[in-house]
Design a protein around this ligand. Sequence first.
Ligand code: HEM
Ligand SMILES: *[C@@H]1O[C@H](CO)[C@@H](O)[C@H](O)[C@H]1NC(C)=O
Ligand SMILES: *[C@@H]1O[C@H](CO)[C@@H](O)[C@H](O)[C@H]1NC(C)=O
Ligand SMILES: *[C@@H]1O[C@H](CO)[C@@H](O)[C@H](O)[C@H]1NC(C)=O
Ligand SMILES: *[C@@H]1O[C@H](CO)[C@@H](O)[C@H](O)[C@H]1NC(C)=O
Ligand SMILES: *[C@@H]1O[C@H](CO)[C@@H](O)[C@H](O)[C@H]1NC(C)=O
Ligand SMILES: *[C@@H]1O[C@H](CO)[C@@H](O)[C@H](O)[C@H]1NC(C)=O
Ligand SMILES: *[C@@H]1O[C@H](CO)[C@@H](O)[C@H](O)[C@H]1NC(C)=O
Ligand SMILES: *[C@@H]1O[C@H](CO)[C@@H](O)[C@H](O)[C@H]1NC(C)=O
Ligand SMILES: *[C@@H]1O[C@H](CO)[C@@H](O)[C@H](O)[C@H]1NC(C)=O
Length: 545
Amino acid sequence: MPTFGRLLAFLAVLIEVYAYTWPSNIDYLEGLIYQQSGYRRFGVIDGVSPCSFSSGGAGRQAAAEWVRSAFHDMITHNTTDGTGGMDASIMFEMDRPENPGAAFNGTMNFMINFYNIQVSMADLFALAVYHAVGSCGGPRIAMRGGRIDATSAGPPGVPEPTDDLDTIVTQFASAGFSISEMIRMVACGHSRSLFLSSYLKFNYRSALGGVHGVDFPNITGNDSSTNFVHFDSTFDSFDTMVVTGYLDDTTQNPLVVGPATSNSDLLVFSADGNATMQSLSDNESFTTTCKDILERMIEVVPPSVTLSDPIEPIPIKPVAIQMTFDSSGALTFTGEIRVLTSDRDDTNLTVRLHYADHDGNIPSDNTISTVVVSISGYGFGVNFNFYAFSAAVSNGISSFNVSITSSSGAEEVYDNGGEGFPIQDNIFFLSSHSCLVQEVDENGNWNLTAVAAVRNDVSLANPSLDVVVKTQRIGIPVPLLTVESSPMEIWNAGAYDGFTLYTGSFSLPIYSWSTTFDVTVGEYSDSFKSSGGLTVIVISSTISP
Ligand code: HEM
Ligand SMILES: *[C@@H]1O[C@H](CO)[C@@H](O)[C@H](O)[C@H]1NC(C)=O
Ligand SMILES: *[C@@H]1O[C@H](CO)[C@@H](O)[C@H](O)[C@H]1NC(C)=O
Ligand SMILES: *[C@@H]1O[C@H](CO)[C@@H](O)[C@H](O)[C@H]1NC(C)=O
Ligand SMILES: *[C@@H]1O[C@H](CO)[C@@H](O)[C@H](O)[C@H]1NC(C)=O
Ligand SMILES: *[C@@H]1O[C@H](CO)[C@@H](O)[C@H](O)[C@H]1NC(C)=O
Ligand SMILES: *[C@@H]1O[C@H](CO)[C@@H](O)[C@H](O)[C@H]1NC(C)=O
Ligand SMILES: *[C@@H]1O[C@H](CO)[C@@H](O)[C@H](O)[C@H]1NC(C)=O
Ligand SMILES: *[C@@H]1O[C@H](CO)[C@@H](O)[C@H](O)[C@H]1NC(C)=O
Ligand SMILES: *[C@@H]1O[C@H](CO)[C@@H](O)[C@H](O)[C@H]1NC(C)=O
C-alpha cells in the first residue's frame, strides 16, 4: 500500500511547532517536570504534595525547605568573578553557620531519587523550587535546564538574620539583585501566599515555613527541637499576609518583630522606605512579582553555564526506544510514543510511525502501527497518551516520522524539525542476555554483565560497556558520578544474521547497584540503560544491600 501511504502523507499537515529536536539533553528533565502521575510517572511532586507535606516530622515542611535550599545555594553567587550560583555547592557547605538546619539534606535526600548522569543536582534544586511553588498553588515559573554541579564548596555569604542591612544588600548585589529585587525575593520566600490554592483545595491548615527554635534559639527564644514560629500567623485568610501584615504592623514574623539583633526581614522590607512592599500589597502583583523573582533566582548560574530555553512539554516524544531481536531472531524496533493530548479536543488518536531503513531508504511498507497503552499521564495541567509499538525492521532503521490521525480522519505528521526522529541501529543493548550477578567478588562488588549486538557491515571495532559509577562521599548526600569503561569481547558471531554479539562485564560497587550504563562503539551508543531493569542472579552466599 505504498501509494495510499504516500497520499495520506501528502494530505497530512506537517507539524513543526518547536525548535526542539529529539534526543536532547533536557529530555529527562522534561519528563521530571511533566510526568507527575499516572502512567510512566516520575512523581517529583510527591515530596511536596500536599503543600504542607513533611517527611521530616512536626515543624518541617518540604515545600518551604526546597525553596530555602535553592536560595542558600544561589545567593553566594559573585557576578564579578562568576563563582557560586545555582550549582548545588550547598552539598559541601552544610557545616557553615550560615546554613543551619535539616532543609538542605532533606531536599537532596529526596532529589537523589531522580539524580543521574542526565540531570544535575543543581537542575534538581531549580526543579524543587518549580514543584514547591507549583504544588502550593503559586505561579508556574519557567524551568530551564543545563546547570552544572560544583565539585567543591563555593564562596560563603548567605545573609544571616543577625546581619546588618549593608551586608545583606552587598550580598544580594553580588548575586546580581538590586535593593528592590532583594525585597521582593525575601517577601516571596518568607510568605505563605504562594501556597494559596492548595490551602483552599485541601482546606488544610498547618505550618508553611518559619523559624526553627533548634537552629535559631535566639530568634524564637526557645531551643526546643519542636519549637517553630511561622512567618505568617493568620491561618484563615489567604492573601498577601507577609506584605500586609508587615505594612499594618500586625505581623508576627519573627524576623520582623523578633529580637532587634536578628530582625533581618524588617531591615530588608524597609530598605527603600517601604516602597516595594507597598507595591506588592495586591494579590496579582504579588503573584507576578514572585513568578519573576523566583525565576530569576533559579537562573543565577556561573557564566560558563548555558541554560536551555524554558522547558515546555514536547508534543511528541519517543520513550523507552529499543532495538532488539524478537523470539524468531528478527531485528525488531520497539518503544512507545508519548503524545501530548492536553491541547487536543479529540484524544482518540491513531498513531503510526513511518520509517526509513538503515541506509536511509524508505521500504515499500514503512508503516509501524501502535496500540494505546495508556491515556493517563498527567502533570502541571498537561496530559499524555502513550502508544506502544514493536515491529520487525529487516534492514534496520535510521529515522522515523510520527503520524497522528484523529477520529475525523485529519492527519498530522511530526518530523522532529525536518529530519525525522533519529535512531541508530549499529549497536544495541540486549537485556535478554544481560544480568546483574549479586555475588560479591574479591572487591566486594557485584558483577554487571551486558551483551550488545554490533552490526557487521559497519567496520566498527572494540565496543565498550560504559557504566556510571556512584561513589558515596562522607557527609555529602549526593554521590559522585563517574563513567568507567570496560572493553566488550566477541561472545557469539552466529546467533543473528548481520550482527555479532559482544559481552562485557563490570565489577559494580554494591552502593552503585542502581545506575545506568551505555554500550558504545565508535560514535554510536545505546545509552542510559538501567541496571535496575536487569535480570538479577542471586547466589546463595550473597549479602543484600
Ligand atoms: C536577607 C535574606 C534572608 C535571611 C536573613 C533569611 C533568614 C531565614 C531564617 C533565619 C529562616 C529560618 C530557618 C529555619 O529555622 O529553618 C528562614 C527560613 C526560610 N527562608 Fe529565608 N532568609 C532570607 C531570604 C530568603 C529568600 C530570598 C528566600 C526565598 C526566596 C527564603 C526562603 C525561606 C524559606 C522558604 C524559609 C522557611 C524554611 C522552613 O520552614 O523550613 N529566604 N530564612
Ligand atoms: C566578588 O569577587 C571579587 C573578585 O574576586 C571580590 O573582590 C569581591 O569581594 C567578591 N564579592 C563578594 C561579595 O564576596
Ligand atoms: C544568643 O543570645 C545569648 C544571650 O543573649 C548571647 O550570649 C549569644 O551571643 C547569642 N547568640 C547569637 C548567635 O546571637
Ligand atoms: C518551647 O517550645 C516547645 C514546642 O513548641 C513548647 O512545648 C514549650 O512549652 C516551649 N517552652 C517554653 C519555655 O516556652
Ligand atoms: C487575595 O486573595 C484572597 C484569596 O482569594 C482573597 O481572600 C483576598 O481578599 C485577596 N486580596 C486582595 C487584596 O485582592
Ligand atoms: C515601613 O513599615 C514598617 C512596618 O509597618 C514601619 O514600622 C516603618 O515605619 C515604615 N517605614 C517607613 C519609612 O515608612
Ligand atoms: C519525514 O518527513 C520528512 C519531511 O518533513 C521527509 O523528508 C522524510 O523523508 C520523512 N521520513 C520518513 C521516514 O518518512
Ligand atoms: C476511536 O476511534 C475509532 C476509529 O477511529 C473508533 O472505532 C472507536 O470507537 C473510537 N473510540 C472511542 C472511545 O471513541
Ligand atoms: C547531612 O547528611 C550527611 C550524610 O549524608 C550527614 O553526614 C550530615 O551530618 C547531615 N547534615 C545535617 C545538617 O543534617
Ligand atoms: C563477571 O562474570 C563473568 C561471568 O561469570 C566473568 O567472566 C567476569 O570475569 C566477571 N567480571 C568481573 C568484572 O568480575
